[in-house]
Design a protein around this ligand. Structure first.
Ligand SMILES: [Zn+2]
Length: 346
């Protein structure tokens, strides 16, 4: 049931209303205002400060249907008021946080939990906007072959929780700390041959990765740190800055773990008698993976998907790609499980 407070503010969308008004419809994705009731100016999926910093306005993102779309026009419906609030509450503070160096950001996050929560909220917001936008794009670039949208294939039940989380500042929901997912911040190699910015995500794995100059943030949105507890020993082996291939390998390990968690957290909204809104999580006691035979995809297949376009026109490209797919080629750790340090190579 959709819950509206005495001032008419939508605190909680039922799944049906969320799907009809936000996913399929074009109401403001924060307050739910219709386009004819308020002034809209639409919200950039990747924020303007980031597009400016990395000169991305005229560059393109590759969509799931392989089409290219200009970052400058990559926006979702949002009213002017909510857009301005998102700027004040999230973008301004997060842009300050992400301007820090790798060591400074690690310190800022360990000494002040609110920085971690801010970063998590920002990553959720980008992930949600990216997927919401996909409800506008056709799977087939040729409309004669069908007009089904990319976003129609997504599991919007899971996105419903993410939507509740990103509306937290608007609804004043009290969010339990155990709803926070795994966040990995790792150092990245900087070099003239490497683009300073990278962005990718995995829909089913609810994982997002953003590299900004000398560090990379990889975050699982719906695991309540289950992935972290299974992957922290490997992360601890990292002793230097990482190549783009190593970063994508970490990303795929994290996706692979999250896709295969045996028990998952359950998220829910609760209203107390004094009308306080809480977002809570019921967490499994232990984090473990389903048996190997029940896993839908191999780690090699995932790594192949996320690295195939990064390999240039080398002679043995086909062999390399095949080895990645078969799980015979890794970038992060050698056969003895030791970190492969490339930070001194460049
Ligand atoms: Zn709004």
């Amino acid at each position: 049931m959709t819950i509206i407070d005495k001032d008419g503010k939508i605190l909680f969308y039922s799944f049906e209303d969320f799907y009809r008004r936000i996913v399929i419809g074009s109401d403001c994705f924060i307050c739910g205002a219709s386009q004819d009731s308020k002034k809209f100016n639409n919200e950039h999926i990747l924020p303007d400060w980031l597009l400016t910093k990395y000169k991305l306005h005229n560059k393109t993102i590759t969509l799931a249907n392989a089409a290219q779309f200009q970052y400058g026009r990559y926006t979702v419906p949002c009213c002017e008021e909510c857009n301005s609030d998102l700027g004040k509450n999230i973008e301004i503070p997060v842009s300050k946080l992400l301007k820090l160096s790798y060591s400074e950001i690690c310190q800022a996050i360990t000494t002040d939990q609110s920085n971690l929560h801010l970063l998590f909220k920002w990553l959720m917001l980008i992930f949600f906007k990216t997927h919401l936008k996909d409800t506008e794009f056709n799977w087939n670039l040729d409309p004669r072959k069908g007009t089904g949208k990319i976003g129609e294939t997504y599991d919007w039940q899971d996105m419903h929780h993410i939507h509740c989380m990103i509306r937290k500042d608007y609804t004043n929901a009290i969010v339990d700390t155990n709803t926070i997912g795994s966040i990995f911040i790792v150092p990245a190699i900087q070099h003239t041959s490497i683009e300073p910015f990278d962005f990718t995500d995995n829909t089913d794995g609810k994982t997002i990765m953003i590299r900004l100059d000398e560090f990379c943030v990889i975050c699982v949105l719906n695991d309540s740190c289950g992935t972290y507890s299974l992957f922290k020993d490997d992360i601890a082996k990292i002793k230097g800055a990482l190549t783009p291939f190593q970063l994508r390998e970490i990303f795929t390990h994290v996706v692979y773990i999250n896709l295969n968690l045996k028990e998952r957290p359950v998220y829910y909204s609760q209203f107390s008698e004094n009308a306080e809104y809480h977002i809570k999580a019921k967490i499994p006691e232990t984090a473990e993976l389903v048996p190997e035979e029940e896993r839908q995809i191999t780690h090699g297949e995932l790594l192949y998907h996320y690295c195939k376009d990064m390999i240039g026109p080398v002679e043995n490209k086909k062999t390399i790609l095949n080895e990645i797919k078969m799980g015979k080629r890794r970038y992060l750790l050698n056969d003895s499980g030791e970190f492969i340090n490339h930070s001194k190579d460049l």
